[in-house]
Design a protein around this ligand. Structure first.
Ligand code: MGD
Ligand code: MGD
Ligand code: MO
Length: 747
């Protein structure tokens, strides 16, 4: 349990950065890439969506960003000869790590109907095949167009434009599995589905709540911000079943003096909530705040804000009064005294920011979680002023921008109207399939062509065997990708792999070198320009690939001059400016140092809800009923992975050496009659469905009773597709009910 007590970060982080940089791109290419990573004229880190500071240091990246860059910038190449040697069926038996290590995809590849091999194909022939498949469909709604979150604004805009001109809104994306609960929850109550803070706000916050987030591994640059806040006395409170190590002690890798000491403290209060207990805990804190107000009337709540800018307060207060302390402490697993002490800290702080990530969104009550955070902030007017607000910390580096660009299965009518005005075709008005609906449609034979713009659909989605079967039913599966992954091997009758340039690489088009733009977690839009020689001369940029597909699928029916847009991305940006609000003067402003910030009414207390007010909302306490022998399981990321891309077995910060681990409380291990390090099989229960995975190992860990953790994506086969958040349909990856049986080591 927490075998290693050294601070997170420090020398170890530097060592790991150097190791990955040397092993993959080699010294020169690696240093070239890192020297422009997150710099004004460089490329945006493909890792996470945490913003860059306005004053940048020479090394504006973290260990995990450097890993993501190193793995993209690798000099290893995957050519057609490799696929001659390796049949797809044999590649499938290799581990994800092995697939990843084979290097960059270098040329377009095609798998014919009767073949077990990918073979080289020309770009023109590849586009023709995809175009012909799309044209042969009886309805455009029989095609699925998935997007992962690394795609630039320019590529995403072109992609959705093509898909809508083709005639469907079937644009599921990784956001459906990620912050959809945040977008849905926030839109309902504050009128905008994005965060309201900027990086500057962290300089003046007095309390920062970190809910269900592990920034030490997943947003390491955020630790710099948190460390600075902690040093000036800001209180940082972690609400998380795990005491994540980087939040306990952190040594900044760029500050040599800190490497050998104990590191600095980030969080000073850890509330180890039970998995799924956040609604109860947040209601508990709010209930205690109301009790403080009763004791000191008029001194605790921001009555002026509540009266002027909100509605629903009375119903919310009544609900809290009627909710018993027993039910709150039982569901949250946190003692009343701790909740009350937290309320005192919250009520004493002039400015509070709440940050969160997947620990809150990936539950059946994911939307309620987000709205309870908002409730708590509204009580003291912690919204729309300096040093305060909501901060959903995004995952993929441009997942927020992709949504802004229209990658969405439920586009707003205003967006479609603007698209029609600009391009003169009739946009489809019916909502399309989100990720879960796309799987169901393929399963039912109602969709038969799948195109993935990045990502690893088969491994990231719930219920792995069912998703795989669904993809295999397709007539054609195609992926635009940088590196080989499992989804590329789970093919339809025919399959295509279309290799693209990565963020790190130069993108030369007819009019010269192009740059793209991205939007970070705080709505700042800025440029990103690659610097490295492309891994292969045959790679094409994502915008060029989209244009190739569009021309082949739409032919003369298209109203758009695709070639002109690819020749000069300024032309794409001109269209974006006329279609999407907030992008006025886009081409000039994107060239300004630091870019520009998109407007967001909630930042100025102008709430775009029907009443123009922010809403308090009432939620019943969600309960996860467990039978004897059952546990609630969260599936989480290790320090050594980027989503489905696994860099290595060990999870350094948590002191775990093997990814097939089940993190479990020692008292539960004992009461179940299990042993540490014992092999077990896990069976999940959802309604009347059961799913089993074999060969996981029991690892004693400081986690609340009746709660366990496993790693994503190994445990995805246990997640039922029918178990998702109300309203947002985000899969409930963090509340899976499981039980154990004795098992054996993997074969
Ligand atoms: N290096 C690296 N960086 C990444 C990624 C990566 O895989 N690797 N992924 C990117 C992406 S797409 C995303 S979305 C983000 C993900 O970033 P995170 O959301 O930090 O990632 P997870 O590992 O899913 O962790 C969730 C945290 O939530 C906690 N948790 C689980 N269940 C609950 C609960 O019920 N309540 C509370 N309060 N906490 C809970 C877990 O203990 C864990 O600390 O990171 C992004 N950045
Ligand atoms: N059990 C469980 N499941 C989860 C989660 C969880 O916490 N638990 N988290 C969910 C979340 S938050 C997310 S965001 C999803 C992630 O789902 P995805 O976004 O679908 O998966 P990734 O692993 O991020 O995709 C990685 C692949 O993208 C490709 N790629 C990398 N860079 C580029 C590029 O520049 N262009 C293109 N075209 N391709 C590129 C590479 O081929 C790489 O293998 O997974 C979800 N699944
Ligand atoms: Mo994500």
């Amino acid at each position: 349990m927490g075998k290693d007590n050294a601070p997170a970060g420090g020398l170890e982080a530097l060592r790991s950065t150097a190791l990955h940089t040397l092993r993959d791109p080699g010294l020169r290419r690696g240093i070239r890439a890192l020297s422009v990573l997150n710099q004004e004229r460089g490329f945006d880190c493909p890792g996470c969506a945490w913003p860059d500071p306005s004053e940048r240091s020479a090394a504006e990246f973290c260990e995990n960003g450097a890993k993501a860059v190193a793995h993209e910038a690798t000099t290893r190449k995957l050519t057609a000869q490799f696929f001659e040697r390796w049949p797809i069926s044999q590649l499938l038996e290799q581990s994800d790590l092995w697939l990843e290590r084979q290097g960059r995809l270098c040329e377009p590849l095609f798998k014919a109907a009767d073949s077990d091999h990918y073979a080289a194909i020309s770009w023109d022939a590849a586009f023709e095949r995809l175009g012909a498949s799309l044209q042969s469909l009886s309805s455009p709604n029989r095609a699925i167009f998935y997007t992962s979150g690394r795609t630039s604004n320019e590529a995403a805009f072109l992609y959705q434009l093509f898909v809508r001109e083709f005639g469907t809104n079937n644009l599921p994306d990784c956001s459906n599995m990620c912050h959809e609960s945040s977008g849905t929850g926030l839109s309902e109550v504050i009128g905008v589905g994005k965060g309201t803070v900027s990086l500057d706000d962290f300089d003046s916050a007095d309390v920062i709540l970190l809910l269900g987030q592990n920034p030490g591994s997943n947003h390491p640059r955020m630790l710099t911000t948190l460390e600075e806040a902690a040093k000036r006395g800001c209180e940082i409170i972690s609400i998380n079943p795990l005491k994540e190590r980087a939040l306990v002690r952190f040594a900044h890798p760029k500050n040599p003096r800190s490497w050998f000491g104990r590191g600095s403290e980030i969080c000073n209060r850890f509330l180890q909530v039970r998995i799924g207990g956040d609604v109860a805990l947040l209601q508990g804190i709010a209930k205690a705040v109301l009790e403080l107000e009763t004791r000191e009337p008029g001194r605790i709540l921001d009555w002026e804000f509540i009266r002027q800018h909100t509605d629903g307060f009375d119903a919310y207060r009544k609900h809290l009064e009627a909710t018993s302390w027993d039910s709150i402490t039982e569901t949250s697993g946190i003692a009343r005294e701790s909740i009350e002490a937290t309320a005192v800290v919250y009520a004493g702080a002039p400015r509070v920011i709440a940050c969160w990530a997947m620990g809150l969104t990936q539950h059946r009550h994911g939307v309620a979680n987000i709205q309870e955070i908002t409730n708590l902030l509204l009580l003291r007017g912690n919204l729309g002023r300096r040093g305060a607000g909501v901060c959903p910390v995004r995952g993929h580096s441009n997942v927020q921008g992709d949504r802004t660009m229209g990658i969405w299965e439920k586009p707003k009518p205003e967006f479609l109207d603007a698209l029609e005005r600009e391009f003169g075709f009739a946009a489809p008005r019916e909502n399309g399939h989100d990720t879960l609906a796309a799987i169901a449609a393929m399963q039912a034979g109602q969709a038969s062509v799948f195109l993935g713009m990045g990502g690893n659909f088969a491994a990231a989605t719930p219920d792995t065997p069912a998703t795989e079967a669904a993809l295999r039913r397709c007539t054609l599966t195609a992926h635009v990708a940088t590196k080989l992954n499992r989804s590329h091997l789970i093919t339809g009758t025919e399959a295509l792999l279309l290799p693209c340039l990565g963020r790190t690489e130069r993108d030369a088009q007819e009019t010269g070198q192009q740059f793209v733009s991205v939007e970070n977690s705080m709505s700042v839009v800025h440029r990103s320009e690659g610097a490295l020689e492309p891994a292969s001369p045959k790679l094409r940029s994502e915008p060029a690939i989209v244009a190739g597909i569009a021309k082949a699928a739409l032919g003369i029916r298209s109203a758009i001059d695709w070639d002109a847009l690819v020749a000069n991305y300024d032309g794409i940006r001109d269209h974006i400016e006329r279609v999407i609000p907030g992008f006025e003067d886009f081409n000039r402003r994107v060239r300004q140092p630091g870019g520009f910030t998109l407007p967001n009414g909630a930042r100025d207390r102008s709430f775009a809800t029907a009443s123009g007010r922010a809403h308090f909302t009432v939620h019943a306490l969600p309960r996860i009923e467990l039978n004897a022998g059952e546990y609630v399981m969260m599936t989480i990321r290790s320090h050594n992975q980027y989503n489905t891309t696994v860099y290595g077995e060990a999870d350094r910060y948590r002191g775990i050496s093997d990814r097939r681990a089940v993190l479990m409380n020692p008292l539960d291990i004992e009461s179940e009659g299990l042993q540490a390090q014992q092999w077990v099989d896990l069976t999940s229960r959802f309604e009347d469905e059961e799913r089993t995975v074999r060969s996981f190992r029991i690892e004693p860990y400081d986690v609340p009773r009746r709660c366990v953790a496993t790693y994503f994506p190994e445990a995805n086969a246990l997640v039922a597709a029918g178990s998702f958040a109300q309203k947002s349909r985000t899969p409930a990856y963090k509340s899976v009910v499981v039980r154990f049986a004795a098992g054996a080591a993997p074969r």
